[in-house]
Design a protein around this ligand. Structure first.
Ligand SMILES: Cc1cc2nc3c(=O)[nH]c(=O)nc-3n(C[C@H](O)[C@H](O)[C@H](O)COP(=O)(O)OP(=O)(O)OC[C@H]3O[C@@H](n4cnc5c(N)ncnc54)[C@H](O)[C@@H]3O)c2cc1C
Length: 542
């Protein structure tokens, strides 16, 4: 017996999802969160002007809307205040000469416009879409399965039966392609090639990294089907709803409660210690919503893992950093691309594949890129409640940046720490944006900047400001996330589980690792009870 059946360390959405399933099954659960509120990378606040609610980190909630957690708890979460604002203009890519490729939640319209841009690109788009449609069901199923598991080969076999082995191998080839290769094989114009390559950079796939192609393909065509959804009133409303539902299930949440150590006995996790010295015990399990570095490098720094495990987990690496620039505007940007550009949920500004490649290489080498990718979210256009008509909000994610600064591609920023360099770098971001939306600078009423260092300070999972809590390169995904042999949420310590962006299937508001981790725990509990009943027929308890 412990104070609780289960302790969840970290109130990210995966930790909260795991807590919801355990609490619904009757377990006594507590979530311990170091910050003043839960949410981790899902949070909103008035960081520029009163009445302007910005999504501080993530904004696009399509993955959550498609998740099993939303399927299971959606209605309850809505009862507790969750709703989504939706855009049928999910994203476009703007170019310096005023060109723009627009992707609508409307395949025909998207294709018609692309045809006007280039008939060859439109043909490539149609071909890529046909590959995507043939495999989307299997891919989505694989994305939501424990890795490895018996369902995986069955899903692949079913796909082979319906589409043929040759097509599966073709898909595999596509999956391991880089985004540059993907663009060159399907598209002819630099604009269409950049359209897909920019999505690779959302994860940490520079245009020349193998395995980058699959996410852009998924994102492009699912957005055509689903548009884009963000949380109405601010991302924190999602976390508040999860919290309220957990309380309804009898669970607890404690904020300002930083766990500094996991307490073990005889190779089992039996509780945690907080920063103020308090210990809390867990009778059944501890779940860490943490990535490898904070979990194994800090909370279990002294634990006698085998040398092999320390080596394997020590190889877990973090990708380049991210900066967030939040703008409060007095009016909508006047995009050089014109038309309905000011209505899109995201405007991607790379502009071209060559720029992305240079930016990515510079960020890996510690150099501040001259012209980073800007993912411009037009938050208040999608959800006008964010400013109640008082102006507009731009959410700008700057990808990719060095975690540690060793130089500047333009040689104009001399600072070598993010605290000293961030405002100057944000000026560079605004300068770039000004070219695409002339007059933008004059619309800025206030801004707030979060550097890679700020991201890590706010959330220890984001080591070096890596918004993904660990690279998604092929060597660190699927069976290898976080390390070979440990991709199913267990750890070498009995009753200690891990979930979150640092575990399969990785970053994004998918809630999947929390869901899969909880299923794993509840299923192994069920098998233990079944084994006990087989050993002691007629008994009631295990
Ligand atoms: C800037 C940014 C933009 C993003 N944009 C998008 C997007 O638009 N769409 C999308 O799908 N995904 C996006 N992502 C990714 C996505 O938001 C994250 O992958 C996801 O939210 C991670 O959730 P998580 O459950 O793994 O936990 P996290 O969000 O990492 O939360 C973990 C929690 O644990 C707490 N914690 C850490 N250590 C301790 C400790 N020792 N004791 C107690 N508590 C602790 C942290 O404070 C945090 O609250 C973005 C991420 C970032 C950072």
């Amino acid at each position: 017996m412990g104070d609780y059946d289960a302790i969840v360390i970290g109130g990210g959405h995966n930790g909260m999802a795991a807590a919801l399933y355990l609490a619904r099954a009757g377990w006594k659960v507590i979530v311990l969160e170091r910050n003043a509120r839960t949410g981790g990378a899902i949070a909103s606040a008035e960081v520029t002007l009163p009445g302007f609610v910005h999504d501080l980190y993530s904004t696009n909630c399509n993955l959550f809307v498609g998740s099993p957690v939303y399927k299971d708890f959606g209605r309850d979460l809505e009862r507790h205040g969750l709703s989504f604002a939706h855009s049928d203009k999910p994203y476009c890519a703007a170019f310096p000469d005023g060109k723009c490729i627009r992707v609508y939640q409307d395949a025909e319209k998207t294709l018609d416009l692309l045809r006007q841009h280039s008939t060859a690109d439109a043909e490539g788009f149609t071909l890529l879409n046909s590959h995507f449609q043939a495999f989307v069901r299997s891919l989505v199923q694989l994305y939501g399965m424990p890795m490895p598991s018996v369902q995986v080969p069955w899903t692949i076999l079913r796909a082979i039966r319906s589409e043929g082995l040759r097509e599966i191998i073709r898909l595999l080839r596509l999956m391991i392609s880089s985004t540059r290769r993907l663009g060159e094989e399907y598209f002819t114009t630099p604009e269409a090639r950049a359209l897909v390559a920019a999505w690779g950079m959302h994860l940490d796939f520079g245009p020349d990294v193998a395995g980058g192609a699959i996410f852009p393909v998924l994102e492009t065509f699912t957005d055509i089907q689903a548009g884009m959804s963000i949380v109405k009133g601010g991302a924190s409303n999602l976390m508040l709803a999860m919290e309220r539902l957990l309380l309804e299930f009898g669970g607890e949440v404690r904020t300002n409660a930083e766990v500094t150590r996991i307490v073990t006995r005889g190779g089992e996790a039996i509780g945690v210690q907080l920063a103020d010295g308090e210990t809390i015990s867990a009778g059944r399990c501890v779940i860490a919503n943490l990535s490898s570095a904070p979990l194994f490098g800090k909370l279990l720094a002294d634990y006698p893992f085998t040398a092999q495990f320390r080596r394997d987990i020590g190889r877990y690496s973090y990708g380049p950093g991210t900066m967030m620039v939040h703008l409060a505007l007095s009016g909508r940007p006047a995009w050089r691309a014109g038309g309905d550009t000011d209505q899109f949920a995201y405007v991607h500004i790379a502009p071209y594949v060559e720029d992305l490649a240079l930016t990515y290489t510079h960020s890996l080498n510690g150099i501040l890129p001259a012209s980073p990718l800007l993912i411009v979210g037009q938050t208040s256009v999608v959800d006008p409640t964010r400013t109640a008509g008082k102006g507009e909000i731009l959410w700008i994610q700057v990808r990719t940046l060095p975690s540690e600064i060793r130089g500047d591609a333009l040689n104009s920023i001399k600072a070598r720490t993010w605290d000293a360099a961030k405002e100057a770098y944000a000026d560079r971001v605004i300068d770039k944006l000004e070219h695409y939306a002339p007059g933008l600078r004059g619309l800025i009423a206030a801004r707030a900047v979060e550097s890679p260092a700020d991201l890590e300070r706010a959330n220890p999972n984001l080591v070096g400001g890596d918004s993904l809590a660990g690279s998604h390169h092929l060597t660190q995904n699927f069976l290898f996330r976080p390390a070979l042999g440990w991709s199913r949420y267990r750890t070498p310590i009995t009753r200690l589980y891990m979930c979150g962006a640092g575990t399969y299937p990785g970053a994004g508001n998918n809630a999947l690792s929390g869901y899969l981790c909880a299923q794993q725990i509840l299923n192994s509990q069920k098998s233990r009870i079944a084994a006990f009943r087989r050993a002691f027929p007629g008994s009631k308890a295990a």
